[in-house]
Ligand binder design. Structure first.
Ligand code: SF4
Length: 405
């Protein structure tokens, strides 16, 4: 059974005011040690159970350490990675997320020695005013130095940038994009700033203390990114992700292509085969899988994590480990998930998969037919793809596609 592996490391040395990830800056070495022990236990229990359930060995094609700030740690990963290595495909992609300030030669040497072969660095912007507004703890020169050092050690580097922050104008964004291109990084993840409810930014927006960027401005930023990165030779993989040839992120494609992955750690989500339970099967036997998540709060996560489990079914094992199963998920929601994600990628939507899930033949609605005529969407064997300009309007296209079954 081939899967991806996502490992959440929820510790940060500071908290950014826009961030809605599961994280804490309130920790000590004992908590960290307990956390890594719990991760190892979760990993062992879940892989053993998946092997028993499927009767096949579990192997991982990619491992992604996300956070939080996984780059805060080095030797802490040893036991966990030793266990992971017993299940790793040859040539597996292993990504470590890090921040410019934690990146130094010692950390890079340690990660490289552990087999990390891809880095994702949270730069966010190279503008002083943007870094201040986003409450980041690095400056632009630290970020540029970190990128150079990183690429020297591990050439497959992603740079995260954020657009639409308060006060950012079109020129600020264009200069961030040019600096990204000049830095030589082969992968870019560009996200528009969001104002999530439980963040300080969300509260500020609710009180009118900050005004989110207008939709037109965000579209302009997206268009600028497509133009500048396209001209520099990047391929547009997904609405927020660009890669130079051979540097696409294999782990990301698991999410976009509806492939299974094991998620462990506080706040981690996972998507696993559901086995043969009737409610998880589409009409002609497609397994729509089972989605689950673990508690976001580290201390709750640790309190609920047992040393051993006694259950036999996958859902019960996940629950015993403190996880919550997405019970409301059915064929319709699985289809919405898949279409919404795949539509915004260059692989597009696998219509034959949708037909298997729905048991219905694809019969395009007039507006989809019109899009095909106008060349902003096209059929390619069983795939329906949309022009990248349309990926930004995924919501409206997704409903048209869904109504075509
Ligand atoms: S953006 Fe990254 S560094 Fe900042 S609080 Fe969130 S996880 Fe931590």
């Amino acid at each position: 059974m081939r899967l991806g592996l996502y490992i959440h490391i929820p510790f940060c040395s500071f908290l950014c005011h826009y961030c809605d990830f599961a994280k804490t800056a309130n920790y000590d070495s004992i908590l960290v040690q307990d956390y890594f022990s719990a991760l190892l236990n979760q990993f062992r229990v879940l892989t053993r159970h998946l092997e028993q359930m499927s009767g096949r060995p579990v192997s991982f094609s990619s491992v992604y350490f996300g956070g939080g700030t996984p780059g805060l740690f080095t030797t802490e990963y040893t036991s966990l990675l030793n266990a992971v290595y017993e299940h790793l495909d040859p040539g597996a992609e292993i990504t470590m997320e890090c921040n410019p300030k934690n990146l130094n030669q010692n950390a890079l040497d340690a990660w490289k020695g552990m087999g990390v072969n891809r880095l994702s660095i949270g730069v966010q912007t190279l503008h002083k005013k943007g870094l201040e507004i986003l409450t980041r703890d690095h400056d632009a020169s630290t970020a540029l130095r970190a990128l150079e050092l990183a690429m020297h050690a591990i050439p497959s580097v992603n740079m995260d940038l954020i657009y639409g922050w308060p006060g950012q104008d079109a020129d600020d964004w264009v200069s961030d994009l040019h600096q990204l291109v000049n830095s030589g990084v082969p992968h870019a993840s560009l996200y528009s700033l969001t104002y999530e409810d439980r963040t300080p930014f969300g509260r500020m927006a609710r009180r009118g203390k900050v005004r989110p960027a207008a939709d037109e401005a965000l579209v302009d930023r997206y268009v600028a990114a497509r133009e500048i990165l396209g001209a520099a030779g990047f391929e547009h993989d997904e609405v927020s992700n660009w890669a130079r040839s051979k540097f696409t992120c294999r782990h990301n494609w698991l999410y976009w292509d509806f492939k299974h992955f094991l998620g462990i750690g506080a706040g981690a989500h996972g998507f696993l085969p559901a086995g043969t339970s009737a409610e998880a099967m589409a009409p002609d036997g497609v397994d729509i899988g089972m989605r689950y998540s673990f508690p976001r709060d580290v201390r709750t996560f640790l309190r609920r994590a047992p040393d051993s489990v006694i259950s036999e079914s996958l859902t019960s094992v996940v629950r015993e480990l403190g996880g919550e199963i997405d019970e409301g998920r059915d064929l319709d929601s699985a289809l919405i998930e898949y279409v919404g994600g795949a539509l915004r990628t260059r692989h597009g939507i696998d219509l034959s998969l949708c037909e298997k899930i729905t048991g219905q033949v694809f019969s395009p609605r007039p507006v989809v037919v019109e899009a095909l005529k106008r060349g902003i969407a096209w059929r390619d064997g069983p795939r329906l793809r949309f022009d990248p300009a349309e990926w930004f309007r995924e919501n409206s296209w997704a409903s048209e596609v869904l109504l075509s079954f």
